[in-house]
Design a protein around this ligand. Structure first.
Ligand code: DQA
Length: 147
């Protein structure tokens, strides 16, 4: 039984632009609204909640390292690092808690270069294609697996 009660949400590059970034793909909801939904889902299930958005790979890796033995679950939308970052995949592999890969869009239904995730092999599961609702769904998916 884990003693930590924190769920950490990480958002990668360009997600700070949500709301105005390619709204036909990502919708018009802002990152703050998506994060608010995730926080509400975590707190209503009795968990603490932390969030970081960064455009920098190293900063995201540092946050994953700092989560080890401290955080129960990580929900991460890695943005385009999904398709390129073996370093983030390695960092997640070294985190022992529940891990959810999250995407607003469904990358498998988009350009060929988005169809491969280097993150997918190291996570508990993936939620993709449900837009803003995915943030709440991803947190709910973790709370059922913590413990
Ligand atoms: C994304 C999908 C990625 O392919 C893309 O690079 C993003 C956002 C999503 O949430 O749908 O930045 O992770």
């Amino acid at each position: 039984m884990t003693t930590t009660t924190i769920i950490l949400l990480l958002n990668g590059p360009n997600l700070n632009l949500l709301g105005t970034r390619e709204p036909e793909i990502y919708g018009t909801d802002t990152l703050a609204e998506c994060v608010g939904d995730a926080e509400e889902a975590a707190r209503s299930a009795g968990f603490e909640f932390e969030h970081l958005q960064s455009n920098h790979e190293g900063e995201l890796i540092d946050a994953i390292h700092a989560a080890r033995d401290r955080v129960a679950a990580i929900v991460m939308n890695p943005g385009a690092f999904t398709h390129t970052s073996y370093a983030i995949a390695d960092a997640l592999a070294a985190f022992d808690g529940v891990k959810v890969e999250l995407h607003l869009s469904n990358p498998s239904a988009r350009e060929a270069w988005r169809r491969n995730s280097v993150i997918a092999p190291v996570v508990t599961g993936t939620i993709a294609g449900f837009g803003r609702a995915g943030y709440r769904l991803a947190v709910e998916a973790t709370t059922g697996r913590i413990g």
